[in-house]
Design a protein around this ligand. Structure first.
Ligand code: GRF
Length: 210
């Protein structure tokens, strides 16, 4: 297997309907994909993303216990030898401990053109309302590296749409989600290409810090 055909082992973490998780899983089935989805993690037992895991036969873990949340996730990532974590509608703050555990290889998708309309409290419909209130002519979605600061990490890729005169926040949410479904898999492939197999740390002999 040569360097370009190596598939990075990814986990998807989310709390919502799972439409991005689904798009990521669909793309992973393509021969040219540079990643494989090895694990889905959620903090919501009834979230749509759990159904996505079932649909694609991917192991899923549900982490609801606050006190062991980080250690449960890190143990699951280690057990599946995960190299990259993909946040997809995860409605919890990701701790520095988790970020460090995967060597900073965590991506997120945000429903605006960062750095516009990012930061604490900017999620879901709030983002699209802010876009409309700002008078911006364009919006879109951004895939970026996750750091301890909300939506501040390096941008991997973005996709733009032009606002229509009659757009409501709900319309924008639907239209942005559509572009997210091609943007996210494309950005993950790009990240995999930028990070050769040898530059990502695969934990095979992990001594957990928990
Ligand atoms: C997406 O809009 C994404 O930008 C944001 O959370 C939403 C997740 O939606 N981070 P889904 O669960 O993937 O449908």
């Amino acid at each position: 297997m040569n360097e370009t055909s190596y598939r990075h082992r990814v986990a998807i973490i989310g709390s919502g309907s799972g439409s991005n998780a689904r798009a990521l899983c669909v793309h992973a089935q393509e021969t040219e994909a540079l990643y494989s989805v090895e694990l889905i993690v959620t903090n919501k037992p009834n979230a749509g993303i759990v159904g996505v895991a079932g649909e694609f036969g991917i192991p899923v873990i549900v982490c609801v216990e606050q006190s062991t949340f980080d250690s449960d996730i890190c143990s699951a990532l280690d057990a599946r030898r995960i190299e990259i974590v993909l946040l997809a509608g995860f409605m919890r703050h990701v701790s520095d401990a988790i970020i460090a555990h995967v060597g900073g290889n965590i991506l997120n998708i945000h429903p605006s053109l960062l750095p516009r309309h990012g930061g604490h409290g900017m999620y879901g419909i709030h983002v699209h309302r802010a876009v409309l209130a700002s008078g911006d002519n364009v919006t879109g979605a951004t895939v970026h590296i996750v750091t301890s600061e909300y939506d501040q990490g390096r941008i991997i890729d973005r996709e733009m749409i032009v606002l229509h005169g009659n757009d409501t926040a709900e319309h924008l949410q639907d239209r942005v989600k559509l572009i997210e479904h091609t943007l996210y898999p494309r950005a993950v492939d790009k990240f995999c290409r930028e990070n050769s197999r040898s530059s990502l740390t695969v934990k095979t002999d992990v001594k957990s810090s928990f």
